[in-house]
Design a protein around this ligand. Sequence first.
Ligand SMILES: C=C(O[C@H]1C=CC=C(C(=O)O)[C@@H]1O)C(=O)O
Length: 376
Amino acid sequence: MSRTKTSVKTIGETISLCLQNNLTFAAYRLPNQTRPKLMVQKNLETEEIEALSNINELRGFLIAPFLHSEDNRMFIISPDYFLDGETQKKQFDEISRIKHGGSEEVENLLPYEVSMEEYLGQIENITRLIKNNEVQKVVLSRAKIVNYDLSEKIQEIFSKLCDRFSNAFIYVFKARDQIWMGATPEPFAFFENNIFHTSSVAGTKEDKKKYQLLENWGSKEKQEQQYVSDYIDSVLNENHWENIEHNGPYVKKAGNLLHLRTDFTSVAGAMNGNLGYLIYNLHPTPAICGFPKDKALEIIQSIEKHNREYYSGFLGPVGMENPVSLFVNLRCMKIVGSQIVLYSGGGLTIDSHPVDEWYETEIKAGTLLSVIYDSK
Ligand SMILES: C=C(O[C@H]1C=CC=C(C(=O)O)[C@@H]1O)C(=O)O
């Protein structure tokens, strides 16, 4: 009897082993599933991905930044080991024999942390541009730095996130000397039973009974989400994506928050265009950038003083059990030594109130913080 007990290890135990041995890995749990999965790569270096046109040939855990740059590349973690729900002793022993030294030159600089006062000023500058009709929506974001040493608790927090947020995509990855973790409510591109899905998720309220009903949401949130839906609709059409169906907007719970969400589905037939081009054209949607896209991006780049890196990029398994299961990297953090950097943002429109927007980013950062502080 004891043989079966010791012959398997949990994904949590395997994550600990990977961290201890400085291995490149990604663990994740898909929304509404119970089994966490883990991909472990034997080598330290990950493959850079230049373009997504051949996404159908990729296999592994894909990680794309908000914007490509010299420092923020799109890359993939190879599934040399793919562990589904548990790890057999034999695989565990094999993994324990792979060890890498830590890089000493890593410059894990912390990002710029904006004060509340400065953030309110940034919002005022952006709403002025919106009032002048230069742009309609801009998603402004910030990084919040908390002194907290998570290094010994990463697998514990991963497992708590899985328990607490059953309908989110939960992940943790270590690659390129970085550790990121998140519990995102925003599907970006995935397949289920050969049906392609994407979603428009925007507009935020605290999870109060009143807001569980769509009719109690104001025009600010409805408009904010409509920009995203219209954009997704136009990109799907421009890319000749056929038989598109919409469901929404409806109210969807995301941890301590509620969002408005519309789901788009399309039967993945031969008539549909190239999946890689579609993904390339969809990103970044107005849920994380704004509308019109180019102007919003220009404003974000001139106002935000931190580099978003992988926050508001997209990530998830590709070429594994499904062609792609990609999610927008929200409600996420980067673990930097004994500090954590939490990233959050919010959509600004003509009806935004600066102080409310600041608190919205605080509450969004609180999604992960509530779990971290619970584990103290
Ligand atoms: C940009 C974020 O959320 C997006 C997704 C849902 C609701 C949002 C909002 O209400 O502003 C944002 O568009 C974030 O969590 O950092």
